[in-house]
Design a protein around this ligand. Structure first.
Ligand SMILES: NC(=O)c1ccc[n+]([C@@H]2O[C@H](COP(=O)([O-])OP(=O)(O)OC[C@H]3O[C@@H](n4cnc5c(N)ncnc54)[C@H](OP(=O)(O)O)[C@@H]3O)[C@@H](O)[C@H]2O)c1
Ligand SMILES: *[C@@H]1O[C@H](CO)[C@@H](O)[C@H](O)[C@H]1NC(C)=O
Ligand SMILES: *[C@@H]1O[C@H](CO)[C@@H](O)[C@H](O)[C@H]1NC(C)=O
Ligand SMILES: *[C@@H]1O[C@H](CO)[C@@H](O)[C@H](O)[C@H]1NC(C)=O
Length: 285
């Protein structure tokens, strides 16, 4: 009996809480989880473990890209987990604006799927008006459920909007409490384009020291949560989406457990005041 009680409580301590991620409409009829796990970043080589852990926890949004060279991991892990394609939301990207058709076809093949939930132009390089037309054509056929951009500053977005017939659903940009392009953010949101943050916890120090930031630590202490949770909640509570990376199931579960508390207005304002308003060293992976 004692042994049984001990086993039960150990399970309670070590079992990862399932993640429950709400969705948001990013385009007519397209619901996207507000949190996706990313398999770019620093741990691309560990993509299988990252996706497998996330799926086991109940996470359903996955962010990849042609240049990550790991899209093939997604169908492999779905099959291993016995999860249907239609039950996950896959975001992938094409490398810039040249060769859009070939890149979309390559993405579909690597992902072993006949549709992609959200396809982004990874960065504004090349003839983006032409690439956008290609994406609009796939979109009209239902092959790309939603189309968007990434790393588009205000100028690139203005230029795209001159010819776009379908408005970009999402602009995925580097965004965390310490670092973002305030102008790109404001311009996208003024067009009702959903902003999705990448490097939301600062990519292990790339954006400065979020983990040991005094303001972030103060907010974390008052809610008894981690500084990572504060950084992520600040993004979500502003109505933005995000993709973060972690190969650790513990970190994944804890980072996504941010839907049962709210930051106060004064905490949000204190966090708002931390950034410098510009990007220090942009990254495109
Ligand atoms: N569109 C683009 O150009 C672009 C550019 C960059 C990234 N992205 C996408 O965005 C995703 C996320 O961005 P990112 O990888 O740059 O940065 P990030 O998510 O801000 O940071 C990832 C790092 O944070 C650590 N971490 C997360 N939660 C933690 C916790 N609770 N405790 C301790 N450490 C924690 C992870 O380490 P552990 O594994 O040890 O937890 C990992 O090394 C990428 O995977 C990629 O899909 C897109
Ligand atoms: C903004 O876009 C979203 C996604 O398509 C839509 O649900 C929402 O109604 C739009 N808001 C406005 C004010 O147009
Ligand atoms: C704070 O959080 C930790 C870990 O999540 C938990 O074990 C502890 O009981 C919490 N403390 C309070 C005062 O809620
Ligand atoms: C890859 O993920 C596994 C499972 O979470 C973890 O144990 C390992 O440390 C990770 N490796 C790297 C290089 O991040």
């Amino acid at each position: 009996m004692l042994a049984r009680i001990a086993t039960l409580s150990l399970t309670a301590v070590f079992a990862h809480a399932d993640v429950h991620v709400p969705t948001r409409e990013i385009a007519a009829g397209v619901q996207m989880p507000v949190i996706s796990i990313g398999i770019g970043g620093l741990e691309t080589a560990n993509a299988s473990a990252i996706v497998s852990n996330w799926l086991k926890l109940g996470g359903r949004g996955i962010d990849t890209a042609l240049v990550y060279r790991d899209q093939n991991v997604v169908p492999q892990e779905l099959q291993k987990a016995g999860i249907d394609r239609k039950d996950v939301f896959i975001t992938t990207k094409i490398p810039g604006c040249d060769s859009a058709t070939a890149s979309v076809e390559y993405d579909l093949k690597q992902l072993q799927t006949d549709y992609i939930d959200l396809l982004l132009i990874h960065f504004p390089k090349g003839d983006c008006a032409k690439a956008w037309e290609v994406l609009e054509s796939y979109h009209s056929k239902g092959v790309l459920k939603a189309i968007g951009v990434s790393n588009f500053d205000k100028k690139s977005m203005e230029s795209l909007m001159k010819t776009a017939k379908v408005k970009p659903a999402v602009n995925q940009i580097e965004l965390n409490v310490l670092e973002y392009d305030a102008e790109a953010l404001a311009y996208s949101e003024s067009l009702n384009i959903t902003v999705e943050a990448f490097s939301p916890v600062g990519r292990s120090g790339h954006s400065g020291d979020i983990r040991d930031n005094k303001v972030v630590k103060g907010v974390a202490a008052s809610h008894n949560i981690s500084t990572y949770q504060v950084a992520l909640k600040w993004i979500i509570q502003h109505g933005r989406l995000l993709t973060f990376q972690s190969s650790s199931a513990e970190h994944q579960a804890s980072d996504a457990a941010i839907f049962d508390f709210e930051l106060s207005d004064s905490e949000m304002k204190a966090l708002d005041a931390l950034h410098g308003g510009s990007l220090m060293a942009p990254i495109y992976m």
